[in-house]
Design a protein around this ligand. Structure first.
Ligand code: 26V
Length: 822
């Protein structure tokens, strides 16, 4: 431990924490909230008691924040997201309220170790990856920069699956995060709403034949019951609400059916309600396609809108002011069904005409796109929509008529252009394009990095952009420095407070003051010592969990993220195999010890991603055991990568692998977490890497490989991977070893097709970028040899990453999209 570890964040003026009274409060909480006495309390009981203590403080701020927004008639932000990857909440709350050390001392006085009970809190893993974690960072930043906001999502009973490895293969197990109850949440039965599915639509015509209105009579109903979790910002500034919906049957049992002898049918609605909030879809890049997914999307969109309209009506009495008082944000297209749902509520329930309702809708909604991968773009078969949401299908046709009218009037499109703009995809099976629906229903459509936004304009949304050239804008992603620096890296935070003062805690831009210290040898040593401590902590975990011994003085090279071919874990593994080969054939060379860490989950249905996990483990087994390697290269696959593991791994990394095929990673946010914690990035010019290069400077990042344009050019004009492989002996050798079974003697053909794909088409340019990547890695070796030079670069990274705070991102959303003052 460095001395820096003992630093305490400043206590906010809100409360005076006295160890004795805090300890008394914990005991009281244990007794009256948990119903236990200290002599029989289990660690989980202490955890629940501690959470209730901090929750009580948060509630004070929560009620104040809510009341203030109401009294001021402030505009509210509603963030609709099918995913919120919150992780653990207790440390975050302690840290944001400045009571971490006080709680540590108070618990210690009761014989309880804060770190032990904190480790028992389950991760709230209600998300897949980047998109879900971004929503969580945004919730924290909205509270911090004092924006009245509600997050809306689903309270999945089973969030992201737990990953175990069995003989190197991924095995998925259900994660039961609610097993010990959830001390954070409040059930609000009184705010439940009914959600309908199916049935039919009647058109009521008034006398004289004029169409009066539409009445939708669903034939299935469920109740959406909200559970609220307070989200506290830095220094407890403001507390916002994360409202997650859970499905309940309207009638637990349909008695008429039961009495008629249909005992199974009597439970149909109960089962459906249960299924709606049962499980998160664990794929972030494959079309879900299932009916249940569409039902989940409608369930939470409808419940959220009914809630928003009820709040608005009770405060303002009239919906004409909705766009002035509410900004509803769609996190990807998952809530896009909210567009026709708002129209339905405005027209069919409130009696507003289409033109007015459409105008209100567009002024209220905004949409963020998070991927251009064709297989992740949502669309739903028209027959399914007609069956499940017949009224919405009618409204979608009405929107389409309106949009196509505008497109034709613009004179910018031929028939092909009109077909591409349509909400209905007509070739093959007719499907509703959710991206187009979200685009047309919003006044703002944004990408998540400069490059991604440009590509949106040029590719997927090219025609829509031509029709509405003002609509697409960029909001480069960010991360909250509270969780991703102050909380996960107390050593570095303490050192920086001592060096540049406390200003950066409230204004992250002040990290820039650290730049000057890169040339200060004494500071560099302390910085390196903090990194080393963090590496020791990770090495201990690796030893405990996997029984692998890793040397903390080795270069820690880390690639942790979802497993996907476009993220190119395969490129990293192939390079490791080539390096292994080199170490064996040139033992005389002065090789630098390296540990390659991998971590990440594969979508259960994504066969190649699962095979890549197996490959990493197969290669690890051979390399780690080979005495000829002399420990110079170790490969570690960390199972069950999640937010909590990220909090340990980010601060411990020396090298951050951000090596996606250029043009395919919309932004990335792990890239930012690593750099903020003093890792150097090896990466392609993709997503936010491009902007990180601009901010940290060319000397402090290692960029390699094809550009997005070059990748696109090769895909257009054809490319010969076989020739590329044959021209690179190192690559050819590594590929042939893998594909001939050197790492899979039990099944020599295991990787034949995977590697065959590289010879065949190499869609992700693994072969195409190999030589550049290998050269970049040797450049990293040279940099690592110069230890003070490396540390200086790491310091520059930390000093220059302030711009990637999600506070900056959120302020841009507030000013440029939501029209909310900050
Ligand atoms: C798609 C689907 C398809 C249906 C099944 C469930 C599901 C879940 C998620 C998605 C879309 C995922 C898109 C996504 O996660 N994009 C990531 O967003 C991050 C935040 O903007 C960004 O940093 C990453 O680069 C981008 O891949």
């Amino acid at each position: 431990m460095t001395g820096a570890m003992t630093f305490e964040l400043p206590k906010p003026a809100m409360d005076d924490f006295d160890t004795k009274s805090l300890a008394a409060e914990i005991l009281k909480s244990l007794r009256y909230r948990v119903g236990k006495d200290a002599t029989v309390a289990t660690p989980h009981d202490w955890l629940a008691a501690s959470i209730k203590v901090v929750r009580d403080r948060i509630i004070e701020h929560w009620i104040d924040s809510t009341k203030e927004a109401y009294d001021e008639g402030a505009k509210r932000v509603y963030y609709l997201s099918l995913e919120f990857l919150m992780g653990r909440l207790m440390r975050d709350a302690f840290s944001n309220l400045g009571m971490m050390e006080a709680m540590r001392d108070a618990l210690a006085s009761l014989g309880v170790d804060l770190d032990v009970i904190a480790g028992l809190e389950p991760d709230a893993a209600l998300g897949n990856g980047g998109l879900g974690r971004l929503a969580a960072c945004f919730m924290e930043s909205m509270a911090t920069v004092d924006i009245p906001a509600h997050g809306y999502g689903i309270r999945y009973v089973n969030g992201m699956f737990r990953q175990e490895l069995s003989d190197g293969w991924q095995v998925e197990l259900p994660e039961t995060w609610l097993d010990h109850g959830n001390p954070w949440e409040f059930e609000r039965r009184e705010r439940a709403f009914e959600i309908g599915f199916g049935g039919r639509v009647e058109s009521i015509t008034a006398k004289g034949g004029r169409l009066e209105r539409h009445v939708w009579t669903p034939n299935e109903h469920v109740l959406a019951v909200p559970y609220d979790t307070p989200v506290v910002g830095w220094r407890g500034n403001r507390v916002n609400t994360l409202r997650l919906w859970s499905g309940f049957p309207v009638d637990p049992i349909l008695l008429d059916r039961f009495n008629a002898g249909d005992h199974i049918g009597a439970l149909a609605e109960s089962n459906m309600a249960d299924a709606l909030s049962r499980v998160l879809y664990p794929a972030d890049s494959h079309r879900a396609g299932q009916e249940l997914r569409l039902k989940q999307e409608y369930f939470f969109s409808s419940a959220s809108l009914q809630d928003i309209l009820q709040r608005h009506l009770s405060q303002y009495g009239d919906l004409m002011s909705l766009p002035d008082k509410a900004a509803i944000h769609m996190n990807d297209t998952h809530p896009a069904i909210a567009v026709p749902e708002l129209l339905r509520l405005l027209m069919d329930i409130q009696g507003i005409d289409f033109d007015t309702a459409w105008d209100l809708t567009k002024r209220t909604f905004a949409y963020t796109n998070h991927t251009l991968l064709p297989e992740a773009l949502e669309s739903w078969p028209v027959p399914l929509m007609e069956r499940l949401l017949p009224r919405h299908m009618q409204i979608i046709y009405a929107i389409n008529a309106q949009v196509l009218l505008e497109a034709r009037a613009s004179d910018k499109f031929n028939d092909d252009g009109i077909r591409r703009i349509s909400l209905i995809q007509e070739d093959g099976e007719r499907r509703v394009r959710m991206g187009n629906l979200a685009f047309f229903g919003s006044h703002s459509v944004n990408g998540v990095s400069a490059l991604h936004t440009e590509l949106m304009k040029q590719t997927v949304f090219a025609d829509l952009h031509k029709l509405y050239p003002e609509r697409i804008n960029n909001k480069t992603n960010g991360i909250t420095p509270r969780r991703w620096l102050f909380q996960c890296n107390p050593g570095l935070t303490g050192l920086m407070r001592e060096t540049i003062g406390d200003g950066f805690l409230d204004d992250i831009g002040e990290l820039a003051g650290l730049d000057a210290f890169a040339s200060d040898a004494a500071f560099r040593e302390r910085f390196a010592a903090v990194k080393r401590d963090n590496k020791v902590r990770l090495a201990n975990i690796v030893g405990e969990r996997l029984g692998i011994k890793v040397d903390p003085s080795a270069l820690f090279d880390v690639q942790i993220k979802r497993i996907h071919e476009y993220k190119r874990q395969l490129l990293n593994i192939v390079e490791a195999v080539a390096l292994y080969d080199q170490i064996r054939s040139h033992p005389e060379k002065d090789w630098l010890p390296r540990v390659k860490f991998f971590g990440g989950k594969a979508a259960p249905s994504y066969a190649n991603a699962k095979l890549i996990i197996k490959l990493a483990n197969d290669v690890a087994r051979v390399v780690n055991r080979d005495p000829a390697v002399r420990g110079l290269l170790k490969i570690v696959f960390m199972p069950n990568y999640n937010v909590s593991l990220a909090e340990v791994m980010m601060p411990a990394a020396d090298l951050s692998e951000q090596i996606s095929t250029a043009g395919m990673e919309a932004s990335g946010t792990g890239n930012m977490k690593f750099a903020l914690n003093g890792a150097i990035t090896i990466g392609t010019l993709d997503g936010a890497n491009v902007e990180m290069k601009e901010k940290v400077g060319d000397d402090n990042i290692v960029i390699f490989g094809l550009t997005a344009e070059e990748v696109a050019e090769r895909r257009r004009n054809g490319y010969n991977p076989r020739a590329v492989i044959e021209a690179s002996p190192e690559l050819a050798q590594a590929l042939s070893a893998i594909s001939s079974g050197v790492f899979s003697p039990d099944a020599p053909d295991r990787y034949r097709d995977l590697i065959g794909g590289l010879y065949d088409h190499d869609w992700f340019q693994v072969a195409g970028d190999f030589d550049a990547y290998a050269a970049a890695q040797r450049q990293v070796d040279e940099m690592w040899r110069n230890s003070p030079g490396w540390t200086a670069k790491a310091i520059h990274n930390v000093a220059r990453m302030g711009w990637f705070s999600s506070d900056r991102t959120i302020r841009q959303y507030a000013e440029e999209i939501w029209g909310v003052p900050v």
